[in-house]
Design a protein around this ligand. Structure first.
Ligand SMILES: [Zn+2]
Ligand SMILES: [Zn+2]
Length: 302
């Protein structure tokens, strides 16, 4: 079983004054609750215009304590970890080549590589896996079921992105695999607080991720002053241990797959981070700490 506990300890030690080994910038350790970013990417079409070292510099400058990264192709997450050390938590992405999002579900090599990467403790989770209701692949796909089994076997979380009109599609996944800890990305994109509350109640194995709910992409999370809308605030206050958030710095989220131009999402990382920190500031301090830090740690400890 992979435990992330020793890495968490290292990160916490860093925040009480020990320097990050791989980061060249000086950490400003003046913040009692650094932001743990639950959702970043370092994809091939981002790597064309920003280096792993430059991303680490941004994370250090913004005082981001830990990040969960998934990459297309998957090995780029390991490159980011090499540049950034233990603050970078790589997840295994089933998209093992540049256009892997198109054919991963037909390729058993995905399961083989996932098994190897988890066994060698290179990766600490699986995802992001994207589903759209009514389109192939669905959650009955054999490659998906293969990596779900690995998540169970290695006790690592799975990050799932679902584009569906209601919560039923995702419930079918989380109820069917109760031994796997899932993260539902972007609170489901189109899902409202009542859908999310239904998931929270029916699947205790799910953490809800607010990444990319900013007004420049999905929207629908905050009011014109940038604070949580009442429905969201109510369920966050009701279940403060079930939410995490991240910046998801891919800018043109509606673009299916880029090949003609690079993704400049990292240019907007600071704006996205400020947005999340702002809505969080409208919550009680304890709830903020759970969302920005404790819930991410718990997810990785399980
Ligand atoms: Zn997503
Ligand atoms: Zn994402």
């Amino acid at each position: 079983m992979i435990t992330y506990f020793h890495l968490l300890l290292c990160v916490l030690l860093n925040f009480i004054g020990v320097n990050f080994a791989a980061a060249s910038d000086t950490l400003q350790a003046d913040n009692a609750s650094p932001f743990f970013d639950s959702h970043i990417h370092y994809n091939w079409d981002q790597a064309e215009i920003i280096s792993a070292q430059d991303i680490i510099r941004k994370l250090v400058k913004a005082d981001v304590g830990m990040v969960i990264v998934s990459s297309t192709p998957s090995h780029l997450a390991l490159e980011l970890q090499q540049a950034g050390g233990d603050r970078i938590v790589p997840f295994f992405s089933p998209y093992i080549h540049e256009m892997g999002k198109r054919d991963w579900h037909l390729n058993n090599e995905v399961v083989i590589r996932a098994e190897r990467g988890l066994r060698q403790k290179q990766y600490f989770g699986i995802g992001e896996v994207h589903f759209m209701a009514g389109y192939s692949p669905g959650p009955d796909n054999n490659v998906f079921l293969g990596i779900v089994e690995l998540a169970k076997q290695f006790k690592v979380p799975m990050l799932i992105h679902v584009d569906a009109a209601d919560e039923k599609y995702f419930l079918n996944i989380c109820q069917r695999h109760p031994q796997v800890n899932f993260v539902l990305a972007h609170a489901g994109g189109n899902l409202y607080p009542e859908h999310i509350e239904s998931i929270i109640k029916k699947c205790t194995n799910v953490v809800i991720d607010f990444a990319a709910r900013d007004p420049w992409r999905y929207g629908g999370l905050t009011n014109e002053k940038g604070f949580l809308l009442p429905g969201w605030k109510q369920i966050v206050m009701r279940y403060p241990d079930r939410f995490i958030t991240g910046t998801d710095p891919v800018w043109r989220v509606t673009r299916t797959q880029s090949w003609d131009q690079p993704d400049d999402g990292w240019d907007h990382f600071e704006t996205l981070l400020d947005y999340h920190k702002h809505w969080l500031s409208g919550l009680p301090k304890q709830v903020q700490t759970r969302i920005t830090r404790e819930n991410v740690m718990k997810l990785l400890e399980k």
